[in-house]
Design a protein around this ligand. Sequence first.
Ligand SMILES: Cc1cc2nc3c(=O)[nH]c(=O)nc-3n(C[C@H](O)[C@H](O)[C@H](O)COP(=O)(O)OP(=O)(O)OC[C@H]3O[C@@H](n4cnc5c(N)ncnc54)[C@H](O)[C@@H]3O)c2cc1C
Ligand SMILES: *[C@@H]1O[C@H](CO)[C@@H](O)[C@H](O)[C@H]1NC(C)=O
Ligand SMILES: *[C@@H]1O[C@H](CO)[C@@H](O)[C@H](O)[C@H]1NC(C)=O
Ligand SMILES: *[C@@H]1O[C@H](CO)[C@@H](O)[C@H](O)[C@H]1NC(C)=O
Length: 547
Amino acid sequence: MESLPCSFYKQNNVAYLKLCLIIFMGCLPGTTHLCSNRVLATSTTIPDRLEPFHIASPFQTLRLDGYLSFDNNHHTANDFGNIYHFQPSAVLYPQSVSDISSVIKLIYEMGSGSELTVAARGHGHSLQGQAQAHRGVVMNMESLKGYPEMQVHVGEQPYVDVSGGELWINILHETLKHGLAPKSWTDYLHLTVGGTLSNAGISGQAFRHGPQINNVHELEVVTGKGDIISCSRKQNADLFNAVLGGLGQFAIITKARISLQPAPKMVKWIRVLYSDFSLFSKDQELLISAANSFDYIEGFVIINRTGLLNNWRSSFNPKDPKPASQFNSNGKTLYCLEMAKYFNPEESHIADQITDILLSGLEYIPSTLFSSEVSFVNFLDRVHLSEMKLREKGLWEVPHPWINLMIPKSKIHEFSEEVFGNILKNNINGPILMYPVNKTKWNNMTSLVTPDEDVFYLVAFLSSVVPSSTGSDHLDNILTLNKRILKYSTTANLGIKQYLPHYRTQEEWRAHFGSQWKVFIQRKASYDPLAILAPGQRIFKKAVPMV
Ligand SMILES: Cc1cc2nc3c(=O)[nH]c(=O)nc-3n(C[C@H](O)[C@H](O)[C@H](O)COP(=O)(O)OP(=O)(O)OC[C@H]3O[C@@H](n4cnc5c(N)ncnc54)[C@H](O)[C@@H]3O)c2cc1C
Ligand SMILES: *[C@@H]1O[C@H](CO)[C@@H](O)[C@H](O)[C@H]1NC(C)=O
Ligand SMILES: *[C@@H]1O[C@H](CO)[C@@H](O)[C@H](O)[C@H]1NC(C)=O
Ligand SMILES: *[C@@H]1O[C@H](CO)[C@@H](O)[C@H](O)[C@H]1NC(C)=O
């Protein structure tokens, strides 16, 4: 007889999940043998597909405002990465924070004899199964939308209270009704608050405001013991810091209070090109430290793709149309600096003046100044517009073997030379974002891991697989290149850290966290001692039942 019954319950088998719950609720410590007999006896009498609440399952004792689903849960065994697929045993559609707490408490009380884990699933836009729970319970956080009702508080320091399952795009629309908006964003807004706050939430505003985890006043969370706790910098500060950038390891975020600022109506959106990497990075670094700078600063790399030259500027107007149309990269790698200045229509000319002054200090290729004016909403929601186009072509729900790295400023030249000049020379697939941030004003007590230097570059390799392709956009080919980039990043000893990190062994995680590892495991022991939460990150493994 193999250890405890749940270690061999079949994947996605409803009756078995329920059985395991029954068994472990009823099991006395040290009576493994009896328990095993009971499962054998009972399993023959319980048919496979019963309504969850009609059987003598411990879940029956739960009073849920929402519900648990044991069937048709395949969508939760996928994510944006579209590479990892772990089937859960059940999905909770919570309608209240107490639903989340009750289910976690129940599992916590089963002790380490149960293999059941819990993964909060935001919008499922993870890349490597981070929001999945193999044979565990997935919590569909978007069901919690409207808990609480989104509440904008105007005043000197405005903020909005939102559900952890809320999408940033909805927060944008709601806060704009009051002329306000969050300060710090991600490039794509169809992500949940809980999902991005578990990582960091970094985009072109982070150089000024810090990442999204820097712009949260307060959280309500449910820990791995099922406790519902409010936390902030002043109250339960250790839990607050643990959860921010905590990869879902300590608690589930059910509510967040997010800092707001007055929102502009319009955005001047500018792109300029460089063929010299040193000039490009010098100008990016200059802009992120300038006093009255742009409101958004990013950049991307264009490797040996003349075709892209027309693509990336399609909705932009060249300042000097004739020389711009004659510009030819001759196959050289180009670097595009991307900037945005927020403004309201009545201040358009002032924004133009500031923009001109800032641009006059830069050393881009003169004929390659492109600009555009768009609404604030269309600017922030820009990736969604691309999403719709890609969806039409069937190129959205494809595998996305992305990697995101944080590279210390002092090593960025070395890195670029090797990665753009060698590894990716003729193999590029998908955009490569690249921009610096200065973290001196970021909260350094959170769980987020960054390089040791104050200024580091975020470099994102955003590849997507083209179905049926055998060329450079074939999955295996991209994975091989990714491996080379990652291997180089570790062996070259450049102090690089992964963002949205993904590792397979605890040794690698230990190296990733470095000096923060000790605090990380202490926090794990305090808030999720049984390692129930976010198993898809593969940092901790829930204790395997003893024989
Ligand atoms: C097109 C696209 C563009 C992106 N652009 C950016 C960008 O510009 N900047 C950036 O920083 N990131 C970016 N990301 C990455 C994104 O922030 C993360 O993948 C994020 O986790 C996705 O949010 P989600 O709601 O889909 O989370 P999920 O994938 O559902 O969850 C992510 C992790 O958080 C946990 N989790 C989810 N909800 C909660 C909760 N309420 N409480 C606790 N833990 C929870 C999950 O268990 C999982 O471990 C982008 C992703 C995509 C697909
Ligand atoms: C660009 O890529 C093509 C293959 O797609 C290759 O033949 C060519 O040499 C590359 N050009 C440069 C300048 O690297
Ligand atoms: C980073 O920001 C701090 C504080 O604003 C500043 O003192 C420092 O010079 C900046 N570092 C760089 C390299 O720009
Ligand atoms: C964190 O930041 C504070 C001030 O912002 C600073 O005093 C402290 O040394 C920093 N701690 C670490 C570990 O960097």
